[in-house]
Ligand binder design. Sequence first.
Ligand SMILES: [Zn+2]
Length: 198
Amino acid sequence: MGIAHASDKGTHAVNITIDDGPDPVWTPRVLQVLKDNGVKAVFCMIGEEAAGYPAVVRQVVADGHRLCDHSLHHDTTMGRKPPSYQYSEIVNAKGEIERASGGVKPLYYRAPGGAFTPYSRQIAASIGMRPLGWNIDARDYKRSGALAIVSTVEHELPNGPTILFHDGGGDRSQTVAGLAALLPRLRQQGYAFGFPVR
Ligand SMILES: [Zn+2]
């Protein structure tokens, strides 16, 4: 199963993807910006965080967004570890996310740090999750400001539709501000907002 990069809304579209949550502070703020702009996104959740904040997971689902398995512990070296470990990181995260969501399944799998292996892609696909990559890294983790996020994404739009942001891992105020500035600009430029192909 290949790694998904395309959008289900065609060639003049973007897919917003939000990684490393759920977070009790920042995920609701990201959800509000998405709602304000009428945009649906994919939330790539860490399994143990989903287990810790099930109400946040349920809010993501209630708002019409899709879920993605981002492994149980976000171990970016997992691709170099034994297959049994990779298996449990992927499958147990799926279980935690489904339990937290009230039975809504993650439709994608994104390896932590993007470190897919053929084996991890195969596991994910065998349990109904399309491996999900990205084309544009908003680099919001650098904390260079909301304007830097906007200019990075707009500069890299020719790379493809799937854009990576983060709602976990600390203070995400710049991500929230960056999305609030970027989403209306993309809509003005005629971009549709879609989901990654399955
Ligand atoms: Zn991540």
